[in-house]
Ligand binder design. Structure first.
Ligand SMILES: CC(C)(COP(=O)(O)OP(=O)(O)OC[C@H]1O[C@@H](n2cnc3c(N)ncnc32)[C@H](O)[C@@H]1OP(=O)(O)O)[C@@H](O)C(=O)NCCC(=O)NCCS
Length: 155
């Protein structure tokens, strides 16, 4: 599968929003949220991953977002469509966000992940993130804990 990454635009939202619910359920973002996020180009970077077939047709595979404030970058979202998983797309997106954090001269990248989300935790661990601690009741109105993870960036 030929996968490429590019910056997300407002034009991607029609394709993206139907998958938000599948990927994130109760935590999914609305069009309004995405519009606000995309408008803040000073602090935020959003990427989409897509496959390109032999005729040049593209298909959305996933997306990811990063916010950088001062020396700290925060991964805001990473999602890959179920049919495209376990083919390295998530890894590609995370690596691109980390590269963007370096470009913005961040010293560390932080993220929150559901404590019960093993695929995501394994992905971040494989990319060098370490567990910092838990945030009780961070998701689903107090029902599910988050694990905070950190990657230090060598300057
Ligand atoms: C987490 C998620 C982004 C991973 O995307 P992906 O494209 O399937 O991940 P990759 O194929 O790049 O996997 C990279 C590595 O992560 C780990 N990993 C990913 N999915 C895994 C799974 N289901 N079980 C165990 N390890 C997994 C493995 O180490 C994998 O390397 P390997 O395939 O060489 O063993 C995807 O499952 C997803 O979108 N989940 C729903 C949304 C979500 O939870 N996002 C994260 C929010 S913090």
């Amino acid at each position: 599968m030929d996968v490429s990454l590019r910056p997300m635009t407002v034009a991607d939202l029609d394709a993206l929003l139907p998958f938000e619910q599948i990927l994130f359920g109760a935590e999914s973002w609305s069009r309004r949220s995405y519009l606000d996020e995309l408008a803040d180009t000073e602090l935020r970077t959003y990427l989409v991953a897509e496959s390109v077939d032999a005729d040049g047709r593209t298909e959305l595979l996933g997306d990811a977002g990063l916010m950088t404030i001062g020396g700290t970058a925060q991964i805001l979202t990473v999602g890959v469509l179920p049919a495209a998983r376990r083919r390295g797309v998530g890894r590609l997106l995370v690596r691109a966000l980390v590269a963007e954090a370096r470009r913005r001269k961040a010293e560390e990248v932080l993220l929150e992940v559901r404590i019960d989300n093993e695929p995501a935790r394994f992905l971040y661990e494989a990319e060098g993130f370490e567990a910092l601690g838990t945030r009780r009741g961070y998701y689903e109105q107090g029902r599910v804990d988050a694990l905070t993870m950190r990657l230090g960036l060598d300057r």
